[in-house]
Design a protein around this ligand. Structure first.
Ligand code: ADP
Ligand code: ZN
Length: 545
């Protein structure tokens, strides 16, 4: 990499110090700031909390003219503008929530060159008024740079796709001389290439920071009784004893993610019942309740936020000590973004998840029933498969996670599979018993049987349904006594996650075998699975020494 101009670097340092009050740049910041300040394009990949804002705010102050920052979240823009204003930097945000006269005033300030940073919501780019304004700024005070925050929103396959981000290409065509910096914390190798393609950033220098968050301990436990497991996890590892006789014990600050609003309500109520103060957050709550709960979580100590993924974007609370998932996220990107909210202060933190068979079934069904075309579904399937592979891995979780972001690493010693290696067992024979039961049931096209019924047959349970259907006469009836119900569920979950089984119907949880199962069924291939021991993984952690 070229060495930055020392004079420019010195100016950048003094801006960092005088305006933002930081003694020095972190990680790649110095290289990025000088690169952009010198007028060149950059693509910045940095994990959440890495310090992306400085990367465009300092060059904005070093270059003449107004810097335009495109950012997808109004709340985030307002926080940034408030922070900049507090540091004495003239900045403003244009978004549709402002009254027209205020918008006009901001435009006048920009035209007069009195603003250093102008934040724009992406939908603004669809208005000719905005483009006219930028045109007049360009010929007046000048355009310092374009910063494209959350650049992965340009990816049509990502979960944050914003169609207006596609207009950013046109900005560059109109003002090709203005340097651009695109930033994101969520980019797989494919997303990265998509950003480059769609924004025309082929010539941009790439700054890729490590995505590792070494202070976060990753753990994924088998879901059994999720709320009980969560309570014992928090109680064992994240509670502080009462300091006097008048105060109650209190938990570390933590976030618990649930898939549904009902799940959020239920979990928050249960935590409170167990003496763990918790607040709910989901899109179904009145806006005032949401804002109030969020503000309390940010300000007070000893609160657990129980939330859907509606919560968290732009939340900067450094001392979140744990992030727990009670339901499986749809992708590793989502999981990493959510768990990344833990331990931003660099102190030890835990990412804990309870995951089970029902998660695999539900997520697969959500994809098959969901809106969108076949190509989109295929992308979602691949994202889920990667997430499931992380859950089922027999190797270091961090190695898997980082590999997903294109980084090669060594086993970390600070995840559950490193600290407590899972027991493996040869599951070929149990898998054959299960698969041949499925094949036998498939001959009966009118009935739909899920995992529970399969396990009843394998364990020889004479339930009403088993007797009515005559399944007690199947040759596989009662041949599965070597495993318990929970162990059979774990086997089914792994076979589904690893692609040996799939959900046949989109309306019922019906299992069927895939092509991959055939060699196992024929005895041409053996199969090794992890033996999950209920209760074992839910207990206390061992921290690395
Ligand atoms: P990101 O957008 O990458 O998640 P932010 O820009 O919000 O990260 O920065 C994360 C935190 O790090 C903020 O609290 C910010 O003030 C702080 N920070 C950024 N750069 C530095 C630095 N050079 N020195 C000290 N603190 C910094
Ligand atoms: Zn590890």
């Amino acid at each position: 990499a070229p060495t930055p101009d020392p004079a420019l670097l010195a100016r950048a340092r003094s801006v960092l110090h005088d305006v933002f009050g930081y003694p020095d740049f972190r990680g790649d910041q110095a290289a990025i700031v000088t690169h952009v300040a010198a007028g060149d394009d950059a693509l910045v990949l940095m994990p959440t909390g890495g310090g992306k804002s400085i990367c465009y705010q300092v060059p904005a102050l070093l270059r003449p003219g107004v810097a335009v920052v495109v950012s997808p979240l109004i709340a985030l823009m307002q926080d940034q503008v408030a922070a900049l204003t507090a540091n004495g930097v003239p900045a403003a945000a244009l978004n549709s929530s402002l009254p027209p006269d205020e918008q006009r005033m901001i435009m006048q300030e920009a035209l007069a060159g009195r603003l250093k940073l102008l934040y724009l919501a992406p939908e603004r780019l669809a208005h000719t008024e905005t483009l006219d304004l930028l045109g007049r700024v360009a010929t007046g005070p000048g355009l310092a740079l374009f910063a494209i925050d959350e650049a992965h929103c340009v990816s049509q396959w990502g979960h944050d796709f914003r169609p207006d981000y596609l207009r950013l290409g046109a900005l560059h065509e109109r003002w090709p001389g203005v340097p651009r910096i695109a930033l994101t914390a969520t980019a797989t190798v494919q997303t990265r290439e998509e950003i480059v393609q769609r924004l025309g950033l082929q010539g941009a220098r790439r700054f890729v920071s490590s995505f590792d968050r070494p202070n976060i301990q990753y753990r994924i436990v088998e879901k059994h009784r999720p709320i009980e497991q969560l309570v014992s996890f928090i109680t064992a590892e994240h509670m502080h004893p009462a300091d006097t006789s008048t105060t109650a014990p209190r938990p570390d600050a933590g976030i618990v993610y649930c898939l549904s609003r009902a799940g959020v309500e239920r979990t928050a109520a249960a935590l409170n019942d167990h003496g763990i103060p918790a607040l709910p957050y989901h899109a179904g709550l009145p806006a005032e309740t949401r804002q109030c709960n969020q503000a309390r979580f940010l300000r007070e100590d000893g609160l657990v936020m129980v939330a859907t993924i509606a919560f968290g974007m732009g939340i900067d609370k450094p001392d979140v000590r744990f992030v727990a998932h009670l339901d499986l996220p749809a992708s590793i990107e989502g999981y990493y973004q959510e768990t990344g909210r833990a331990g931003r202060d660099g102190l030890p933190a835990t990412a804990w998840m309870a995951y089970g068979l029902e998660d695999v079934v539900r997520r697969r069904q959500m994809i098959e029933r969901g809106a969108g075309d076949a190509a989109h579904r295929e992308v979602q399937r691949r994202q889920l498969d990667a997430m499931l592979a992380l859950c089922e891995t027999l190797d270091c979780r961090r190695v898997r996670l980082l590999a997903h972001f294109g980084e090669v690493s060594e086993p970390c010693g600070n995840c559950d599979t490193c600290l407590d290696p899972p027991e493996r067992f040869d599951a070929t024979i149990p898998a054959q018993k299960l698969m041949s039961t499925i094949v036998r049931l498939e001959r009966d096209r009118h009935q739909r049987y899920g995992a529970g019924h399969l396990i009843d047959i394998l364990l020889g349970h004479e339930t009403d349904r088993v007797r009515q259907q005559g399944h007690d006469t199947l040759s596989t009836f009662g041949i599965g006594g070597e495993l318990s119900t929970a162990q059979w569920r774990a086997v089914i979950r792994q076979l589904l996650a690893l692609g040996y089984l799939r959900i046949a119907s989109d309306r019922y949880a019906v299992l069927t075998i895939t092509e991959a199962a055939v060699p196992v069924l024929r005895g041409e291939r053996t199969l090794e699975l992890r033996r999950d021991v209920i209760g074992r993984a839910g207990g206390a952690s061992r921290h690395p020494t």
